[in-house]
Design a protein around this ligand. Structure first.
Ligand code: ATP
Ligand code: MG
Length: 449
């Protein structure tokens, strides 16, 4: 009993500055969010919960974005109602999650994520040997819920009925002063969850915030903790960063500090090769433009571009060793995907799509006979062609090939026939060289098996 008491007293020492128990109540005149700007679904959900006697707030990224003048992409609701109580109040809702249950509430076309206030970490929280939090699933007070969030700008609670923001950690002031500040001690918070380093970069790029020096300083030395993050989680976070609409800015910020080392293993090498960098930046730029225009983006295409120069380098080595052209490409593709797969859980389906895009590349060289027609029929042709065009734009290959394929797609039957290159050249040459240099052929055949 006494031991427990002592532990409880000392707990405060473990998590400095995160223990605010009272909130500033910020009126609409200072934060500017009129309830009409909040989605109908979020408003209705809060209303229903409040009418049943519960507390309910719009929380997190949505409040932050609204104050910053950005349209939130989704809404999270925080409440003191338990998941079962929430579930009982909404006909179209379901409880999801194993460790910490949350409720998805459907309102019109919207899905709201409703979570019960979560308790602060304590001595019972399960962590791995590096201090990363593995399990915690206790309900708590709103103040505890606020203290667990990562950045002050993410710990704001908006009540649509009163148009007030509850602010436990001076998040509104930080947002207005354009600073990203951690709740609590940044090193301790990165140890609990290293992914917060990536979140810091992503959110600062998205909102145009400056990283508080205390948030920024430890990243370089703690980046290696990312290695302990489960690959599936890392993959999700990378996708969020790359598809944030601010990927170029994120990468720029990471590079300015040399933070891409270790944090983004797949960018390490690429960003150091001039041609690779140009290619990756072109790809990230067009991804940003598509995201901002609300167009669809494909993870496989993006990862194919990020890893292409790795594949090229590996392929070169194999070709120099005398391996056969196409088998060497396939070996290179597998090796690069295996290496990345250890850190990022690239799903099998995405890996398959990536390989299809890569495998198409040498086939674009063949502009004779039936081959071009067959390529046009392939489901991945469009992605493969876009990829080819990007290679040309980056200077990796001659622009003429990409132009040819552009024209070929848009040509009619007669024009296509006229565009085909004569079929004799390469074959004859191959026959001749075989006759002249049997040793070279033996060498490559030998290395195949
Ligand atoms: P986005 O604009 O990408 O949605 P977000 O801040 O809303 O950004 P989410 O992943 O949707 O990001 O998280 C919602 C909220 O949950 C955050 O605003 C923050 O309060 C909290 N949160 C998310 N991830 C973490 C984390 N790793 N550590 C602590 N709090 C987190
Ligand atoms: Mg969000």
């Amino acid at each position: 009993m006494i031991r427990k008491l002592i532990r409880r007293v000392f707990r405060r020492g473990d998590a400095p500055a995160a223990q605010a128990t009272t909130a500033a109540s910020i009126p609409v005149a200072r934060h500017g969010i009129r309830r009409e700007r909040v989605s109908t679904g979020a408003r209705r959900t809060c209303e229903t919960l409040q009418q049943a006697g519960h507390k309910a707030y719009v929380v997190g990224g949505a409040v932050r974005d609204l104050i910053a003048g950005i349209d939130p992409k989704d809404y999270d609701i925080a409440t003191d109602a338990t998941p079962e109580q929430v579930r009982a109040l909404f006909r179209r809702s379901r409880i999801i999650g194993r460790r910490f249950q949350i409720v998805h509430v459907m309102q019109g076309g919207e899905t709201l994520e409703v979570s019960t206030f979560r308790a602060a970490h304590n001595e019972d929280t399960v962590k791995d040997e590096h201090g990363r939090v593995l399990r915690d699933n206790v309900f708590g007070t709103i103040a505890e819920d606020a203290a667990r969030r990562d950045f002050t700008v993410n710990a704001l609670y908006y009540d649509p009925s009163t148009e007030t923001v509850l602010d436990y950690h001076r998040g509104v002031a930080d947002l207005q002063q354009k600073t990203l500040r951690m709740i609590g001690e940044p090193r301790a918070r990165y140890r609990e969850d290293p992914v917060r380093m990536l979140r810091a970069v992503r959110l600062s790029a998205k909102l145009g915030l400056t990283l508080d020096p205390a948030v920024r300083a430890p990243i370089r030395e703690m980046a290696e903790l990312m290695e302990n993050v489960p690959p599936a989680r890392l993959f999700d976070e990378m996708l969020k960063l790359l598809f944030s609409g601010h990927a170029v800015e994120c990468v720029k910020r990471l590079r300015d500090d040399g933070l891409h080392h270790g944090l983004l293993p797949l960018l390490d090498v690429i960003l150091e090769q001039p041609l690779g960098e140009k290619f990756v930046m072109l790809s990230l730029n067009s991804t940003d433009a598509r995201v901002r225009a609300g167009k669809s983006v494909s993870p496989s295409y993006l990862f194919a571009t990020l890893l292409w120069h790795e594949v090229l380098a590996n392929w070169e080595i194999r070709k120099a060793r005398g391996e056969l052209l196409i088998p060497a490409l396939y070996e290179a593709m597998d090796e690069i995907l295996d290496v990345q797969g250890e850190k990022l859980a690239i799903t099998r389906r995405i890996a398959g799509d990536i390989k299809e895009i890569w495998a198409l590349q040498p086939r674009f060289d063949k502009r004779t006979g039936k081959t071009p027609y067959r390529l046009l029929e392939l489901p991945r042709f469009r992605a493969g062609y876009d990829f080819l065009a990007l290679r040309a734009e980056s200077g990796e290959i001659d622009g003429e090939i990409a132009e040819w394929w552009h024209e070929f797609q848009n040509a009619d039957a007669d024009q296509r026939e006229a565009m085909l290159l004569p079929d004799n050249g390469p074959k004859k040459r191959r026959r001749r060289s075989r006759a002249k240099k049997p040793s070279a052929d033996q060498a490559s055949a030998g290395s195949e098996g």
